[in-house]
Design a protein around this ligand. Structure first.
Ligand code: ATP
Ligand code: MG
Length: 385
């Protein structure tokens, strides 16, 4: 029996003048995600059908589609020439052998001899005959069999709705730069914003040789997890070793993290300007660690020369909630591998928790800020994923 994949997108996105644009981006992203797999995509009302793929590739194709933002649900359906016997054969193949069920039928082909209710009743009756241990429960069935009698004399039969990512197609909401550490939070933050349709690149800071090279490999792996959802991205890697050494040598140790953050923001801003990026994205959550107070965030924001926004999608989340999302996107097992973040190098014993801007600036004035930024920019390495 021939299999096809039904992809549905959420209708709320289709309202208004953006419909055509949304659809074009979504189909482009689906095509990109299926690169390397033989397939055809056909557009129907409110959904797409993928067919002509090799059946051995079905699981791999589904894995790809489950990561495309903008897809609401996915079903694998049998496609048959419309006749009661053919429809019944396909239903029998996916029918459970125990439990309660209902048959739901949608009939677009009004020329077919039975109404949708009659088809459902007929097929339901035949299934009860074929499987003695199942019974009909229209209100609260343990499984449902769906029949879609289409206008083109073919019918689709499927059992399951697989949840897609939802969200908006990548490419419909500007471009952001994720400040990607090797931790749990920043990949989750990046995923959340990309899921709203934003194209994303990543920026990682390291303090080699104080941090080891495995830290870099780990970040590349995390960026790959994200790029499984978003498609092509750039991973920028910058050394902040000289900056940390300068802070360590010249400033009060308690300001290490606060000052380093300001340098990170400035470097990110320069890259953003050069690459036409509209915002920065961080994994900060209010109150999670000493540097993530509102005063700490104010200090980071203050370092920027322009009005570039910093998005902090995790701001209102508890750690447990972030961990759950990290697992769901497939980043957790990589994130928990031990590594040294550059922030942990020269870590002060008593970091300032509520830095006052005037004090931060007084400490920063002890440093050749512009020279340090330019030095760091010279270490910029770009990895294309
Ligand atoms: P994460 O789990 O994302 O590492 P965290 O809880 O460890 O976050 P911090 O170390 O305070 O928090 O970092 C806050 C945010 O600053 C991170 O989520 C990330 O966006 C950014 N950041 C921190 N360190 C780096 C780094 N080495 N490279 C790039 N961005 C970083
Ligand atoms: Mg961290």
């Amino acid at each position: 029996m021939k299999k096809v994949i039904i992809l549905r997108y959420s209708e709320i996105y289709l309202k208004g003048t953006n419909r055509g644009y949304f659809e074009k981006m979504l189909i482009n992203n689906i095509e990109k995600s299926l690169k390397g797999f033989r397939h055809e995509i056909h557009r129907e009302m409110g959904r797409y059908l993928v067919d002509e793929f090799k059946e051995e590739a079905l699981d791999d194709i589904l894995e790809r589609l489950k990561k495309v933002f903008g897809i609401h649900t996915i079903s694998v359906a049998a496609k048959v020439d419309t006749s009661l016997d053919n429809i019944f054969e396909a239903c029998r193949e996916i029918c459970h052998t125990t439990g309660t069920f209902k048959v739901f039928c949608h009939r677009a082909d009004k020329s077919f001899e039975l109404t949708s209710m009659e088809i459902a009743a007929e097929i339901g009756g035949r299934l009860c005959m074929a499987f003695p241990d199942i019974s009909v429960d229209l209100r609260n069935p343990s499984f449902t069999i769906n029949i879609d009698v289409r206008e083109n004399k073919t019918s689709l039969i499927f059992g399951e709705y697989i949840k897609g990512q939802d969200g908006m197609p990548v490419g419909t909401a500007g471009k952001g730069l994720i400040l990607l550490s090797g931790g749990i939070d920043s990949p989750v933050a990046g995923h959340m914003i990309a899921r709203r349709g934003m194209t994303v690149d990543c920026l990682h800071f390291h303090s080699y040789p104080y941090t080891n090279l495995q830290a870099k490999e780990k970040v590349i792996e995390l960026a790959r997890v994200l790029n499984g959802y978003t498609g092509k991205m750039n991973l920028y890697i910058v050394s902040v070793t000289a900056i940390q050494e300068a802070i360590h040598k010249n400033c009060s140790p308690d300001y290490m993290v606060t000052l380093l953050r300001r340098f990170m923001m400035r470097i990110a801003e320069r890259i953003a300007k050069r690459e036409g990026i509209n915002c920065l994205i961080t994994g900060e959550a209010l109150g999670q660690v000493a540097s993530q107070t509102i005063e700490g965030m104010t200090s980071s924001q203050d370092a920027l020369e322009t009005s570039l926004p910093i998005l902090r999608p995790l701001c209102g989340f508890d750690k447990d909630e972030i961990i759950e999302r990290s697992k769901a996107i497939g980043a957790y097992d990589i994130s928990i591998q031990p590594y040294e973040d550059c922030c942990t190098v020269f870590l002060p014993r008593h970091p300032v928790i509520r830095p006052a801007i005037a004090d931060v600036k007084a400490e920063e004035d002890k440093l050749p800020v512009e020279e340090l930024i330019q030095g760091a920019m010279k270490t910029l390495e770009t990895i294309k994923l």
